[in-house]
Design a protein around this ligand. Structure first.
Ligand code: RP5
Length: 158
């Protein structure tokens, strides 16, 4: 695997339309990343292998998106001490409520930072915030992004 800072894993290609938004943010901030489709249930061995390959490639943060009984982030967390961000995907009849609980309710000692249902953009921004602790350029870009958000709100007609 080529050098990366972030690995995005998603449980199925059906998660891609949501996770495209995370990729767009990482691309916009110039963060090197890779995206793989790996499933905690359907491809457990390949999931573990992806974590190990990504660590060897310099990955600092993992973003894991899955729907339904969403155990992908938890499994990744069990295999690394680098930060894991979980994205519960709205898939199936429970529309992400199941994935939210499966992702966020980790046992004590194994933290997964969980964003909202389909919160791909926030997952990418949180990953960038973690990287920005040791990267002044990313820190500056994040501050500019917050300023732009505030200006967009304040420029709305009162
Ligand atoms: C999860 O089950 C995937 O992350 C996806 O959100 C959901 C449905 O998967 P598919 O049946 O569309 O492959 O594992």
């Amino acid at each position: 695997m080529e050098a990366i800072k972030v690995l995005i894993l998603m449980g199925s290609k059906s998660d891609r339309p949501i996770m495209d938004k995370a990729e767009a943010v990482l691309r916009d901030f110039g963060v090197p990343f890779k995206t793989l489709i790996r499933s905690a249930h359907r491809t457990p061995e390949a999931t573990v292998e992806a974590v190990k390959s990504a660590e060897a490639a310099g990955c600092q943060v993992f973003i894991c998106a899955a729907g339904m009984a969403a155990h992908l982030a938890g499994v990744v967390c069990s295999k690394t001490v680098r930060p894991v961000i979980g994205v519960p995907i709205a898939a199936g009849p429970l529309q992400g409520e199941d994935a939210l609980h499966s992702t966020v309710m980790m046992p004590p000692g194994l933290p997964v930072a969980t964003v909202g249902i389909n919160g791909a953009r926030n997952a990418a921004l949180l990953a960038i915030q973690i990287l920005a602790l040791h990267d002044e350029t990313l820190n500056t870009r994040l501050l500019e992004d917050r300023k732009a958000q505030a200006e967009a709100i304040l420029s709305e007609a009162d």
